[in-house]
Design a protein around this ligand. Structure first.
Ligand code: MG
Length: 361
C-alpha cells in the first residue's frame, strides 16, 4: 500500500511517526486553502487547519483527518499533543474497534476532531483489511445516498449571484443566515434559481417570535429546513420554536456527542451529525440509529475538510435525509480523491474502507 505517499508528498516539516505495538501511527499538520473567504454568523476565514493521519497494520494503511475550524477550539498544537499520547501497545487486533476507540476517547476529554482523525484511519484500515467499503459493511445501499447541498456564505448581492451560478450542478443550496441581510440573500438566490434551499442560521436569531416570523417567510421562499436558528443555550425558546415552526429545525451547534441526542429530542426536529463533533464514524453511526429510533430527521454534515473526512462521512449518508457534504469542494488543495458529487448526488466510490486514494497533483 502507498501509505507513506500522501504524507511524504507534503512539506517535510513536522511529520510525526510513532510505532506503537503492531501499529505505526503517523500524523502531520496541514493547512487547507479555501476558494472563497467563508463568512458565517460570527466569523470569516480563508484557511482551515487540519491534521492528516495514517494508521498502518501489517503493511496496510488507513487514512484519517481532523478538521479544526477555530470556533471549535482545537488546533494543530492541541491535536499534536493529543495524538502524541496514543499508546496502542495493548491492542493487537484492529477489529476490536469498540475497545480501541473507547480507549482513545478516554485519554482526555474534548479533542473531538483529533479523536475523529484516529477513528477514521482505523475505519479505513479495517475496511481495507476486509476489502469492503464501510457502507457495505453497514449493509447500506449506495444508490440511497441523498442529494448534497452546496453552501453559500453570507456575502454581497453580486458575490451571491456569482456563487449561485457556480453551484448550478447542485439540486439543493444551503444558505448561511443570521444577519440583517437574511431576506436580501434569499431574494437574491431566488432571482437566480428555484432549487430547494436549506437555511443555516448558526445561532444567529435570539428572539423566538422574530425567528418564527422569519421561518414562515422562508417557507414561502422554498426553504425546506432551518439549522440551528437560535443560540444553543436557549433550550425553552427552541422547543417553543420547533413546536410552532412550519419547517423542521435541525440541531447543529447544540448537538456534539451521542449523549446530546436525548437532549435534542422534542427541542429540535432533527440532528446534523458531523464526524468532527462526535469523534468519528463509530459514534456518528450510533447517533444516527438513536435519532432514527426517535423519529428525528437526520442530516450528515462536514467542516471544510479534504475528500478524506468527507468520504468517511459519505459512507453513512444512505441513512440520512439530507447531506451537506461539500467541504472538499470549498478548498483548492485537496490531497485525496474519494466521494464525488454527480448530478448533485453523493456518489460513493467502489473502493474499500472510506474509499479514498492519493490524488495525483
Ligand atoms: Mg450548521
Amino acid at each position: 500500500m502507498s501509505g507513506l505517499n500522501v504524507l511524504n508528498s507534503l512539506p517535510k516539516t513536522s511529520l510525526f511517526t510513532k510505532k506503537t505495538g503492531k501499529f505505526i501511527f503517523r500524523f502531520r499538520p496541514y493547512q487547507l486553502q479555501l476558494k472563497h473567504t467563508f463568512t458565517i454568523s460570527g466569523n470569516s476565514r480563508t484557511t482551515t487547519a487540519v491534521m492528516l493521519t495514517e494508521l498502518e497494520y501489517e503493511g496496510i494503511t488507513g487514512y484519517g483527518e481532523a478538521s479544526m475550524p477555530p470556533y471549535l477550539g482545537e488546533s494543530h498544537a492541541s491535536a499534536t499533543s493529543f495524538l502524541s499520547k496514543l499508546q496502542l501497545d495493548s491492542f493487537s487486533d484492529p477489529f476490536r474497534m469498540e475497545e480501541i476507540l473507547a480507549y482513545v476517547d478516554s485519554i482526555e476529554p474534548n479533542n473531538c476532531a483529533a479523536k475523529a482523525s484516529f477513528d477514521i484511519a482505523l475505519h479505513d484500515l479495517v475496511g481495507k483489511l476486509l476489502n469492503q467499503p464501510w457502507y457495505k459493511i453497514w449493509g447500506l445501499s449506495a444508490e440511497k445516498t441523498p442529494l448534497t447541498s452546496f453552501t453559500i456564505g453570507i456575502d454581497t448581492e453580486e458575490i451571491i449571484r456569482q456563487k449561485v451560478k457556480e453551484a448550478a450542478i447542485y439540486k439543493i443550496l444551503k444558505v448561511k443566515l443570521g444577519r440583517e441581510t437574511d431576506k436580501m440573500m434569499i431574494s437574491t438566490i431566488r432571482s437566480e434559481t428555484n432549487v430547494p434551499i436549506c437555511a443555516d442560521v448558526n445561532q444567529g436569531w435570539t428572539d423566538r417570535q422574530m425567528a418564527l416570523d422569519m421561518i414562515f417567510w422562508l417557507k414561502e421562499k422554498g426553504v425546506i429546513f432551518i439549522e440551528q436558528p437560535m443560540p444553543k443555550e436557549q433550550i425553552d425558546d427552541m422547543a417553543w420554536l420547533t413546536q410552532h415552526s412550519p419547517l423542521p429545525t435541525m440541531a447543529d451547534e447544540f448537538l456534539q456527542r451521542f449523549s446530546d441526542v436525548k437532549r435534542a429530542y422534542q427541542v429540535y426536529s432533527g440532528v446534523n451529525i458531523k464526524l468532527m463533533k462526535c469523534t468519528g464514524m463509530r459514534e456518528a453511526y450510533k447517533i444516527l440509529l438513536a435519532a432514527r429510533a426517535l423519529d428525528m430527521k437526520i442530516m450528515i454534515g462536514c467542516m471544510t475538510e479534504t475528500s478524506c473526512a468527507v468520504s468517511a462521512a459519505s459512507q453513512l449518508s444512505p441513512l440520512a435525509d439530507w447531506a451537506d457534504l461539500d467541504g472538499n469542494l470549498l478548498i483548492s488543495n485537496d490531497v485525496f480523491d474519494g466521494m464525488q458529487v454527480i448530478d448533485g448526488k453523493v456518489t460513493l466510490p467502489d473502493r474499500p474502507g472510506i474509499g479514498v486514494i492519493q490524488k495525483n497533483t
